[in-house]
Design a protein around this ligand. Structure first.
Ligand SMILES: [Zn+2]
Length: 87
C-alpha cells in the first residue's frame, strides 16, 4: 500500500503529512499545528517509515510491487490522488 493516513484518518500520498482538508485547517508548517496534530502526524510518519522498511525487505521475495498509476488501482485511489493534487 503506497498511501499513509492523515491525522483525520483519510488516505494521503506518502509525500504528504496531512490531507488537503487538514492542510487547509492547520497550514503547511508543522510548527504551527496544534500539539495533537503534530504528535499524531509524527506517530503516523514513524509507523509509515517502519512499514516502508518492512516493505523494502519484503521486495526481495515479492515482485508484485504496486507501481500502477492511481487511476489503474480503482476509482477510490484515483479520486484520492486527484484531491491530493488539488492542494
Ligand atoms: Zn486530514
Amino acid at each position: 500500500m503506497q498511501f499513509k493516513r492523515c491525522v483525520c484518518g483519510k488516505s494521503i500520498s506518502s509525500a504528504r503529512n496531512l490531507c488537503a482538508k487538514c492542510l487547509g485547517l492547520y497550514g503547511r508548517e508543522p510548527a504551527n499545528w496544534p500539539e495533537w496534530v503534530r504528535y499524531s502526524a509524527y506517530d503516523i510518519q514513524r509507523e509509515w517509515n517502519r512499514n516502508r522498511r518492512h516493505d523494502e525487505l519484503m521486495v526481495i521475495d515479492d515482485t508484485q510491487v504496486d507501481d500502477r498509476w492511481p487511476h489503474e488501482r480503482g476509482v477510490g485511489a484515483a479520486w484520492d490522488y486527484i484531491l491530493e493534487e488539488m492542494v
